[in-house]
Design a protein. Structure first.
Length: 211
């Protein structure tokens, strides 16, 4: 049976670091015969994070966010998927607000407030969480460990992949940013390291399907 994978880009820039790594993971999943549905959160109709209506806590809507907006299709697709690839750039020490909106709605619908059975999601799926960042790879490890733990508990076993010290723009000479970091080092890393990370993302996409 063909596995269905949902891929979510929670970054705004199509064709840049986050989107590129997600696409490589998609290619890896597809190479293993999976069908992939991709969503770009910044291209969806208007949506919000969780509004605390608590409808998902009622038996009638248990495990389902009832809010109807741009995220509804994404949540429905994830609920039926065999795996999830989700990526976001690091914004001010966290993932994007678009990521957070989906994260709130995805997790809270499965939270029961029952100490014995804290999660009502009976369809756990593997998750690949990708983060790209201008900062070094290891600067936000605790942040990602926290996300990994929550995803694992409420969505399914989660693997984290980080690409740090990324190339933010093509031409740093047009900015006054060089006082903050060395543009030449960013260019070199993008040419030598980022291609290896693309290969790694491809392999992780393959692994997601195999798992």
């Amino acid at each position: 049976m063909t596995k269905k994978i949902v891929a979510v880009n929670a970054g705004p820039r199509i064709g840049w670091n986050t989107d590129t790594l997600i696409n490589e993971a998609i290619k890896g999943a597809e190479s293993e015969g999976a069908e992939v549905m991709k969503f770009n959160l910044f291209r969806l109709e208007k949506y919000t994070g969780c509004v605390s209506c608590f409808a998902c806590k009622k038996e009638k809507h248990k495990g389902h966010c009832i809010r109807r907006d741009g995220l509804t299709e994404v949540l429905d697709a994830i609920r039926e998927a065999d795996g999830l690839i989700i990526g976001s750039p690091n914004y001010l020490g966290d993932l994007t607000s678009s990521f957070r909106s989906l994260y709130e709605r995805l997790i809270f619908q499965n939270l029961t407030y029952n100490a014995e059975v804290p999660c009502c999601n009976e369809h756990l799926i593997p998750v690949l969480l990708i983060m790209t960042s201008n900062a070094p790879d290891d600067m936000y490890l605790q942040l990602l460990e926290n996300y990994k733990g929550v995803f694992t508990n409420f969505v399914g076993p989660t693997e984290v992949f980080v690409s740090g010290e990324t190339l933010q723009i093509k031409d740093y000479s047009k900015t006054d940013w060089p006082w903050f970091f060395n543009p030449e080092e960013r260019y070199e890393r993008h040419e030598k390291v980022f291609p290896k990370e693309k290969q790694e993302a491809f392999k992780k996409g393959q692994k997601l399907v195999k798992d």
